[in-house]
Design a protein around this ligand. Structure first.
Ligand code: PRX
Length: 663
């Protein structure tokens, strides 16, 4: 450790040095042991594309070797590793056990109340097989979509791997989502099976999750069979009813079952993940068995530097893509020990995460900028209470990280000895796309880095022409990659219109993927991601569609119209601001405000709760009747207001602004 905590002057000096420094070479000690150290990898991938991705496929065990690396006949419906067959659960479990890792810890779980559970690869395989046998008995067949509505308990990855074992795609719904959100997703996926639980802990309180699941099920259009994990025991009594069975009883019944992993085609669906888009309807992103798993494993190896002997911790929730790729599939495919934490970072104390790092001797830690901003606010004394010297690499994902937060993380968590990877990617990309390789590239706080080898990401202007260095534009990806989404479930048209229509030249069969993010091209080719350019906002690293929130608000009795935008927020990054017009005769009371907030929570979940509900008689509109969202965003962020001269009703902007700033 440096001596800054005992010496105030040194502390100031160090801060000043860090403040000025805008490039950081990878620490020597890290490079010496890194999985990837040769900068030639960029040229190698470019010269040998797409065959370069065979290296990713080689990280997996295949039942049948693939015949073609990339099939682009029907672009942009690309296919990867066609002709190959494999099973994801075999790759994450059996092969490690066969190679002698039966007693290595696969999952180390930390419960919120301090309880722990460790599953070795042998244990995990046994329980996955028992649950796979259970699902089969219940009637689940290959290609049936199983919905998993579970919090961060080990039964969630167990259920995912059991589904993968029998070739049933899973659709995980984040436990914080509401009953309505669950029903919408189960209806869209026509999913007839649900795995959920009685409840779980949040800041020491027992939350009733089953009540929410039951409420959701009442809005599902078809019959559903459920399995309920008893997480809370006597803390929360629950009743199963006729369509639900108890998880632990079923596991006991099926203990010792042997379930052969089903050989899946590389292009068979591994899972569906619903995410927010511009319209009110969530998008069912389809990921496949071969390409996705190879990409999750390769990026875990090359970017997160995961090795089998590591203890690796991604502090995300498995209900989001980050948890799928980098708590479950990537790390387990590589045979490492992955840590799972049920609770929140500040319960019971603000040093909870650092306690977990110390106790488990965590080597690699991956989190979101919003968490880092909170750590900064709480102060360095919390990490200083713990020995964090086991850490070797740090990562961030989910939103841009500002240089101050980056440097704080680098210094106070990494002790200036751990590289930081700022990884840009999305639910749709399946895995990381833009980031430094930690053993190769110089890091520049605030800039994600160059595109990964083999990824042709370019920043273009509105016409699709590459921008000059130093300029901002739209981020695009100009070649396919193994982890890419294959389509939107049951909606090929939306897949084409959402991601490919903007910059592709269909006649020339040139396909350009548009992730709907803005970015700046730095002089050295690094990419600074600026954020979404569509009507999606990023609250605490969670993606929310403003249309979804608007339709929830308009669904509240007495509301005539609503516009939702994101406004800057110190910790969350962005917060939800709702501008609401009431029907004639309705009063803008606190009760009405509460009903609007409750409406949003019921329809989506507490993550979408508006920071402010602003009642207004009108919304700022252009002469053609379009809502000027940019102005509403400026108001929400407390920015200087832009030009209002093109508005039909410019006076309303000041009125709204006074209200928001006055609150
Ligand atoms: O706007 C980008 C932002 O998060 C969006 C993707 O959200 P989601 O699909 O929920 O996946 C989040 C976890 C992969 C992107 O379109 N984003 C993600 N990572 C970064 C980021 N913005 C800036 N820097 C990042 N490292």
């Amino acid at each position: 450790m440096s001596d800054e905590s005992s010496d105030g002057e040194a502390d100031v000096e160090l801060e000043a040095r860090l403040e000025e420094q805008d490039a950081f070479a990878p620490p020597e000690s890290f490079v010496e042991q890194a999985n990837v150290t040769d900068e030639g990898i960029y040229d190698e991938f470019e010269e040998n594309w797409p065959e370069c991705w065979e290296g990713a496929a080689e990280l997996l065990s295949w039942d049948e070797e693939y015949e073609t690396v990339l099939e682009d006949d029907d672009a942009p419906f690309y296919e990867w590793f066609t002709g190959g067959t494999l099973n994801a659960s075999y790759n994450c479990l059996d092969r490690h056990v066969e190679e002698g890792a039966k007693n290595r810890a696969a999952i180390k779980w930390e419960g919120e109340l301090g309880e722990t559970r460790t599953y070795t690869y042998g244990d995990l395989l046994n329980e996955v097989e028992a649950f796979a046998a259970t699902l089969r008995d219940l009637g689940v067949e290959e290609d049936d979509v199983v919905t998993l509505y579970l919090p961060m308990i080990p039964e969630l990855p167990i259920a995912m791997l059991a589904c993968a074992r029998i070739g049933a795609p899973h659709a995980v719904v984040f436990a914080g989502f509401s009953a309505d959100a669950l029903a919408t997703r189960m209806n869209a996926a026509e999913s007839e099976y649900l795995v959920t639980c009685d409840g779980y802990y949040r800041r020491g309180d027992a939350l009733n999750h089953k009540q929410k699941a039951d409420k959701g099920l009442r809005s599902v259009d078809h019959d559903v069979q459920s399995i309920v994990v008893d997480r809370l025991g006597d803390e929360l009594k629950h009743f199963l009813g006729t369509d639900a069975r108890d998880y632990h009883e079923l596991i006991e019944e099926h203990e010792g079952a042997s379930v052969e992993p089903v050989s899946r085609d590389a292009e068979d669906m591994l899972f569906l993940m619903y995410t927010s888009g511009t319209t009110g309807q969530p998008k069912g992103v389809k990921h496949t068995t071969g390409g996705y798993l190879a990409y999750a494993a390769w990026t875990s190896h090359a970017v997160l530097d995961v090795k089998p002997e590591d203890t690796y911790w991604c502090a995300a929730d498995i209900g989001w893509i980050t948890g799928h790729s980098y708590i479950v599939y990537g790390p387990l495919a590589l045979g490492t020990t992955t840590v799972m934490y049920e609770g929140t970072p500040d319960y019971p104390e603000k040093d909870r995460l650092w306690e977990i790092v110390e106790e488990n001797r965590v080597d690699i830690f991956y989190t979101a900028p919003m968490a880092i901003r909170a750590f900064m606010k709480w102060g360095k004394e919390y990490p200083e209470r713990h020995d964090l010297s086991s850490l070797r690499l740090l990562g961030t994902v989910g939103e841009p990280i500002n240089p101050r937060a980056w440097k704080w993380y680098y210094k106070h968590i990494g002790n200036e000895e751990c590289p930081i990877v700022d990884t840009w990617w999305q639910t749709e990309t399946g895995g990381m796309m833009i980031t430094t390789l930690p053993g190769v590239n110089t890091m520049k706080p605030g800039s994600a880095g160059p595109p990964l080898p083999g990824i042709d990401a370019r920043i273009v202007d509105a016409e699709g022409e590459p921008v000059d260095a130093g300029s901002a534009g739209y981020l695009t990806v100009q070649n396919p990659w193994p982890g890419m989404l294959r389509t939107l479930y049951n909606n090929d048209d939306r897949f084409l219109s959402e991601y490919w229509k903007e910059y592709s030249d269909e006649d020339a069969d040139e396909w350009v993927y548009f992730p709907e993010d803005g970015a700046k091209l730095d002089d050295d080719g690094y990419v600074t991601v600026l954020g979404r350019v569509d009507d999606v906002i990023n609250v605490s690293g969670h993606r929310l569609g403003t249309m979804e929130i608007e339709s929830a608000i308009v669904g509240v009795d007495g509301v005539a119209e609503a516009a939702v935008v994101g406004g800057d927020h110190d910790i969350k990054g962005e917060a939800v601001y709702a501008y609401v017009i009431l029907e004639d005769g309705q009063e803008p009371t606190d009760e009405m405000r509460d009903r609007i907030v409750a409406g949003v929570e019921d329809s989506i979940g507490p993550i979408a709760r508006p920071e402010q509900v602003v009642f207004t008689p009108e919304l700022p509109k252009t002469r053609s009747g379009k809502i000027m969202r940019r102005l509403l965003e400026d108001v929400a962020s407390g920015n200087e207001l832009g030009d209002t001269s093109t508005l039909r009703n410019p006076e309303i902007v000041d009125e709204i602004d006074d209200q928001v700033q006055g609150d």
